[in-house]
Design a binder for this molecule. Structure first.
Ligand code: SF4
Ligand code: SF4
Length: 178
């Protein structure tokens, strides 16, 4: 018992000794934000091709590769008259559960069309479980010419080997009316 009291007094002594000597590390998040390292990766985005078609073809490889089972993909067949993606299928439903996600980037690596990418944006503060499960509407890039992107540009977005690295095949462009 005396040893426990001694340890408490020792801890209090350490607190008193450095009290006022260490700058305050607390910030008023989310009004104020810390500078993040340049290689920080946060919430994802689902990218489009430059003509507006969604890159995601609903293959579910991202979901299969996710070690945290954070991704849900429900695919649907494309209607050739009203194509959503250049593939046979598109993601009718796409969700990421950020209570599960560990931001490992495996989904980004598994995606054959560079559709899902991690961005440098922090996960916004949330107060309910619904807010932390982001849907396709939350994640999808806006249609070209539409509203400005919600997300900051990914640093690699303008690299030539990422934009249209998987261009739409000619026959599918003609089906799309391009
Ligand atoms: S970053 Fe990792 S944990 Fe998060 S959704 Fe992608 S694969 Fe899953
Ligand atoms: S994001 Fe990529 S890996 Fe995931 S379902 Fe879409 S195309 Fe497949």
């Amino acid at each position: 018992m005396f040893r426990a009291i001694g340890n408490i007094l020792k801890g209090l002594g350490t607190t008193l000794r450095i009290f006022g000597t260490v700058p305050n590390q607390t910030i008023s998040y989310p009004e104020k934000k810390r500078d993040l390292p340049p290689r920080y990766r946060g919430v994802h985005k689902l990218r489009r091709y430059s003509d507006g078609l969604e890159r995601c073809v609903g293959c579910e490889l991202c979901a299969a590769s996710c070690p945290a089972y954070a991704i849900t993909v429900v695919a649907a067949e494309n209607d050739p008259e009203h194509r959503v993606s250049p593939g046979e299928r598109y993601a009718a439903r796409y969700e990421i559960d950020y209570l599960r996600c560990i931001f490992c980037g495996e989904c980004e690596r598994a995606c054959p069309t560079d559709a899902i990418v991690l961005t440098p944006n922090e996960l916004p503060p949330f107060i309910s479980r619904r807010q932390v499960v982001m849907t396709k509407e939350d994640l999808l890039e806006p249609y070209p010419g539409g509203d400005p992107p919600v997300f900051k540009m990914h640093p690699w977005d303008n690299a030539p080997d990422r934009i249209d690295r998987f261009p739409i095949p000619e026959q599918q462009r003609s089906m799309h009316g391009d």
